[in-house]
Design a protein around this ligand. Structure first.
Ligand code: PXG
Length: 292
């Protein structure tokens, strides 16, 4: 595998950064996870835009232009000869010293990893995900802005560990007020009486790119969709529930805290949304190879 670091491609064993990089020392940095399907990068512009927004929010100067980042991303996929896979873009605060102030980090580090994607087992897409509510709350916006896709993921990692230890596939994370924010690495939606709802971003969710695609699909298919504050009751009593994320795509969830949701697989509206999502993923996006 060839990995991009600051303008150069290195074999994996030689792709190294400084132990003084504040991305490592303090989780000071940002990232994006992007999928490519069938020789096209899905929603590349939206991911680049979110990366630049994350950078602005944490006062991080990305040392290359958005055009250079787009080209480097496509080149990272080409260098690895891939047509389907997953890209991780990282911008860390860069090499500094052992003090936490970024003043001593003159230049941010840009890393691009293009890899094959490890898919969830097909069984999960057929039967749906089992979820539990995590005791670990989503970080309060006044502590760590949840809309910033930062390298500081310990909040989500610990929630994921809780869910795994409880024998579940995913964990539902609540905000400080007890309303549902999202899952540990996915946004959450419910279907009730033919309408789709999802927690608003201000409840503590990341503004997911896949989440935005679901809004577009619902508009196109004439399915009512809105953002509302949700409690666990709304999931317990839902007709259908599904999760969205770049890695998971759109996937049904069929249980929360031992309460079954729906009939044990993707419900009819979820199935429609999944089908349209797959169509869009396979047929739209930024071409990677010339002539594609
Ligand atoms: N919420 C959180 C907290 C996320 O990290 C999403 C929602 C979904 O957003 P997108 O834009 O992908 O639709 C994410 C992103 C993984 C992995 O490998 C996934 C994410 C982050 C880090 C790793 O499963 N999801």
């Amino acid at each position: 595998m060839k990995i991009y670091i600051d303008g150069t491609f290195y074999p994996e064993a030689e792709a190294k950064i400084s132990v003084f990089d504040h991305g490592l020392l303090y989780g000071d940095g940002i990232f994006e996870g992007i999928r490519f399907y069938n020789g096209r990068v899905f929603r590349l512009e939206e991911h680049l835009e979110r990366l630049w927004d994350s950078a602005r929010a944490i006062i991080l100067k990305i040392p290359i232009s958005i055009d250079e980042m787009r080209e480097a991303t496509l080149e990272a996929i080409r260098q690895n000869g891939l047509r389907d896979g997953y890209i991780r873009l990282l911008v860390t605060r860069g090499k500094g010293n052992l003090g936490l102030s970024p003043d001593r980090c003159p230049k941010a580090t840009v890393i691009i990893i293009a890899d094959k994607i490890q898919l969830y087992p097909a069984e999960k897409y057929e039967k749906g995900m089992v979820m539990v509510t995590c005791a670990t709350r989503r970080a309060a916006p006044a502590a760590l802005l949840p809309a910033v896709k930062s390298l500081n993921y310990l909040n989500n990692v610990m929630a994921k560990v809780e869910a795994t230890h409880a024998g579940a596939d995913e964990g539902v994370m609540l905000n400080e007020q007890g309303y549902i924010a999202e899952c540990t690495g996915d946004n959450i939606f419910v279907v009730k009486k033919g309408a789709v709802t999802t927690p608003p971003v201000y409840a503590g969710a990341l503004c997911g790119i896949t989440r935005n695609v679901v809004f577009e699909i619902c508009a196109e298919l004439g399915i009512p969709i809105r953002e509302v504050e949700m409690t666990r009751y709304d999931v317990y009593t839902a007709d259908e529930c599904f999760l969205t994320g770049t890695a998971a795509e759109v996937i049904a969830a069929n249980e929360l805290d031992t309460r079954p949701i729906g009939n044990g697989g993707p419900g009819p509206l979820t199935a429609k949304i999944i089908a349209r999502f797959r169509e869009l993923a396979q047929t739209t996006g930024t071409p990677i190879y010339p002539g594609a």
